[in-house]
Design a protein around this ligand. Structure first.
Ligand code: ATP
Length: 222
């Protein structure tokens, strides 16, 4: 089984890395692919360019990777990064191995807005990460009925159900809640505050070295 963790990673932070590692370990995956997008479909262009985001992500994962593997196919493909195209290309590469697409519960609740979303669940399982104790995704007050039905119909109780078929099941998975967002990190850097201990030191060093996120230069020395 392979995990797939997509994101803008603008910049990568400990919320991403910890979630990816916990799913990798908890599901006993063969590897967890981290896929930085080139151009996200539902939002403005990233603040840092593709090369800078990829360098930060590779540096954050480092050499002692704990099963995390950076996969830059969306950046090589360029254009708008649709997950359905990415999954189709991974499926071609990996045959009928189980693919587990990791999504935060918030992202799952928007799934019906994704490009060709019905094909996504045919290509991969969904592992929906949430805070411990909060698995009532199907009861979320604003859930689209089509997603509520999908959640009910495809719900998996354990990882064995994901291993048994290549795609099509949905598994809720509790992770350590870390309230970190890239948006907040970019804002901190621009204001002259340090994001240290929210991102790996190597990422903070790259932000300073490359002058990313409208960095206020008085931070250069800390
Ligand atoms: P931004 O603030 O720019 O929107 P972000 O911090 O939310 O960025 P993304 O790269 O957009 O990060 O997120 C990629 C994936 O990481 C999504 O599936 C998202 O749910 C998940 N994710 C982001 N932050 C966290 C976090 N603190 N804990 C767990 N998962 C996270």
């Amino acid at each position: 089984m392979i995990g797939i963790y997509g994101g803008t990673f603008d910049p990568v932070h400990f919320g991403h890395l910890r979630a990816a590692l916990e799913v990798y370990q908890g599901l006993g995956l063969r590897e967890m692919r981290l896929l930085p997008c080139f151009q996200p479909p539902h939002r403005a262009s990233p603040a840092a360019d593709a090369r800078a985001r990829l360098t930060m992500l590779r540096s954050a994962v480092g050499t002692d990777t704990h099963g995390l593997v950076v996969d830059n196919r969306e950046m090589r493909r360029e254009g708008v990064s649709y997950m359905v195209d990415t999954l189709a290309s991974l499926r071609e590469e990996l045959g009928d191995e189980s693919l587990c697409l990791v999504l935060g519960a918030d992202a799952f609740l928007q799934l019906h807005r994704w490009h060709r979303w019905e094909e996504i669940i045919a290509l991969a399982h969904l592992v929906v990460t949430h805070r411990p104790g909060w698995t009532r995704v199907a009861d979320a007050p604003d859930i689209d009925p089509v997603l509520a039905r999908l959640w009910r119909d495809c719900h998996a109780d354990d990882v064995a159900e994901l291993a048994a078929v290549p795609a099509g099941r949905i598994l809720p998975f509790a992770i350590t809640p870390l309230d970190i967002s890239a948006t907040r990190i970019r804002a901190m850097v621009a204001k002259g505050e340090s994001p240290r201990f929210l991102v790996p030191d190597v990422v903070w060093n790259l932000i300073r070295l490359q002058g990313l996120y409208d960095i206020k230069r008085n931070l250069d020395e800390d």
